[in-house]
Design a protein around this ligand. Structure first.
Ligand code: HEC
Ligand code: HEC
Length: 312
């Protein structure tokens, strides 16, 4: 009988298909692959469930929206808070993030209507969701930019909650959050993070800065408005942690836009078109930031002029 081996030539077809050979293929190739795939799936499920599981709530210092300014809260929600842009002009929810294999994530209905959180959230629950990214049951929020709102002053968050409480109840249930397989992989591998995990424990809520075209106020608006979340910590360009397909945010340090005038900047934020005529894509929330008043936009400009120029 001819033996298999380098000198033995190719065995006849009948011999190559022996059950023994099949068993070896199963044992050496298929089983390890099945094992690896199962281990990866279990790892992803466990990893993402751990990330999405409840956390200890920060000690609930009683928070009250009593005395908050509804008008100022509405201004924040329409402009640098951009609450209306995501939660809808009536705050009854609607804007959808995540599609297909990412799952389904819809900005919640914040009113007192059916399907809204307004009737069950206390002021402290609202404050925690906004500034800590946590639901009352301790589970973490996604996409909701609490990492930026963690900087919001006590007075501003009080005004925002007073505004939310003032809007008419709208009954419009939003679909429950569903975390799809791609989002689970991205969460398990840390490529997207839930809001509480982005918030530096050392972040102190900022003090209220007096309104006006000042560097201090501009810095406050940039921090709470989340410019760094998209444009990068040094504003030289970055990427918001949403879907990996979202476009990158450009360099807005003086190295890139230093030749603009203050009115160029204000026009860009109001009209969504920069001095070169480029129409900004919709990932730049200019329809909200354009609602800032002239002093606030001037303050932001003073702040942007003050950061170190970084070439990119
Ligand atoms: C970029 C879009 C976006 C912006 C801007 C935004 N939110 Fe949200 N918000 C969301 C999404 C999406 C959720 C649901 C997150 C989840 O289920 O993981 C949410 C959840 C919430 C919740 C928790 C509700 C619940 O279902 O538990 C509150 C409260 C809230 N947002 C308030 C605000 C306020 C107030 C502002 C403005 C200061 C604001 N949001 C701005 C997208 C946004
Ligand atoms: C959710 C993400 C996001 C946030 C938050 C954000 N930006 Fe942007 N921004 C973008 C993206 C994306 C672009 C690029 C748009 C394009 O090129 O079409 C952009 C472009 C710009 C431009 C135009 C630059 C140019 O050369 O045309 C300016 C100015 C700007 N952003 C300022 C700001 C300021 C100030 C803030 C904070 C108050 C801010 N952005 C917050 C995503 C964001």
């Amino acid at each position: 009988m001819r033996r298999w081996g380098p000198s033995g030539g190719t065995p006849p077809r009948s011999q190559r298909r022996t059950p023994l050979r099949l068993l070896r293929i199963v044992a050496l190739v298929v089983l390890p692959l099945v094992f690896l795939a199962t281990a990866a799936t279990v790892g992803i499920l466990l990893g993402s469930s751990r990330v999405l599981g409840p956390r200890a709530l920060p000690s609930a210092a009683a928070f009250s929206s009593a005395g908050g300014s509804i008008a100022h809260g509405r201004h924040i929600a329409a402009s640098f808070g951009a609450c209306l842009e995501c939660h809808g002009a009536d705050l009854a929810g609607g804007k959808a993030f995540f599609h297909g294999s990412m799952g389904r994530l819809v900005a919640s209905n914040l009113t007192r209507g059916a399907g809204g959180v307004g009737s069950r959230f206390s002021d402290a629950d609202f404050e925690r969701a906004i500034r800590a990214g946590l639901r009352p049951d301790g589970t973490p929020l996604l996409i909701m930019p609490s990492v930026a709102f963690a900087n919001m002053s006590d007075a501003d968050v009080r005004d925002v909650i007073a505004f939310i409480r003032s809007v008419p109840a709208v009954s419009r249930p939003t679909p429950a959050r569903a975390i799809g397989p791609l989002a689970r992989v991205l969460l398990a591998t840390g490529q997207i993070r839930v809001e509480p995990d982005k918030i530096d424990a050392a972040t102190a809520h900022l003090a209220t800065t007096p309104a006006g075209a000042t560097l201090d106020h501009g810095s406050y608006l940039a921090n709470v408005g989340g410019c760094m979340e998209c444009h990068g910590a040094n504003l030289a360009g970055g990427h918001y942690q949403g879907s990996p397909k979202d476009p990158a945010a450009t360099n807005i340090t003086p190295a890139a836009i230093g030749s603009w005038t203050q009115s160029d900047f204000i026009r860009t934020m109001r009209l969504g078109r920069d001095p070169s005529g480029h129409v900004l894509n919709r990932f730049m929330p200019w329809t909200s930031f354009g609602q800032l008043d002239d002093d606030e936009l001037a303050a932001l400009w003073i702040y942007l002029r003050s950061v170190p120029p970084v070439k990119s």
